[in-house]
Design a binder for this molecule. Structure first.
Ligand SMILES: Nc1ncnc2c1ncn2[C@@H]1O[C@H](COP(=O)(O)OP(=O)(O)OP(=O)(O)O)[C@@H](O)[C@H]1O
Length: 127
C-alpha cells in the first residue's frame, strides 16, 4: 500500500517522538549518560570561553556525538541482553563487555581530542 505525503510526514514525526522518548529514558535511567551530558555542558562552556574556531567546534561536536551515540547503543545492547537472557551466560558477558568497550574507545578518543584542542589554549593563557 502506498502512503501519501501527509501519512509519510505523520509517520516521520511519530518516529521522531519514539526516538525522543529513548533519549528521555536514557536521561532518566542511565547515570553514565547524565554524566556524559554534564561533561558535554562543561566542555561547551570551556569551548565558548576559549573561543574555539569553527573547525574546532565541528571536531568537538563530532566527538561528543560519538560518545553519546556509543553510550546510547551500549545501553540498548545491555537492555536487549537483559530482556533476552536475564540469567548469567558467558555469551551475554562477552556481548555486554564488547558494547561497553565501544564506549571506552569513544571516551578515550574524546579525551585525546579534548587535550589536543584545549591544552594549547590553556597553555597560552596560563604560561
Ligand atoms: N547476563 C550476564 N551474564 C554474564 N555476565 C554479565 C551478565 N550481565 C552482566 N554481566 C557482566 O557485568 C558487566 C556489567 O553489566 P551490567 O548490565 O550491570 O552493565 P552496567 O554496569 O549497568 O553498565 P553501565 O554502567 O554501562 O550501564 C557486563 O559488562 C558483564 O561483564
Amino acid at each position: 500500500m502506498r502512503l501519501n505525503l501527509k501519512d509519510k510526514n505523520r509517520k516521520k514525526s511519530v518516529g521522531f517522538s519514539y526516538a525522543w522518548n529513548g533519549i528521555v529514558e536514557m536521561c532518566k535511567s542511565e547515570r553514565n549518560f547524565r554524566l556524559h551530558l554534564l561533561a558535554t555542558f562543561l566542555v561547551v562552556i570551556a569551548g565558548i570561553l576559549l573561543c574555539l574556531s569553527k573547525i574546532e567546534w565541528m571536531i568537538l561536536i563530532v566527538v561528543i556525538g560519538m560518545v553519546l551515540v556509543a553510550e546510547t547503543t551500549n545501553t540498548a545492547v545491555e537492555k536487549l541482553i537483559d530482556f533476552l537472557r536475564p540469567d548469567i551466560h558467558p555469551m551475554a558477558k562477552i556481548i555486554k563487555d564488547i558494547a561497553a568497550g565501544s564506549v571506552l574507545i569513544a571516551a578515550i578518543m574524546a579525551f585525546i581530542i579534548g587535550c589536543i584542542l584545549f591544552i594549547p589554549k590553556l597553555y597560552h593563557i596560563f604560561i
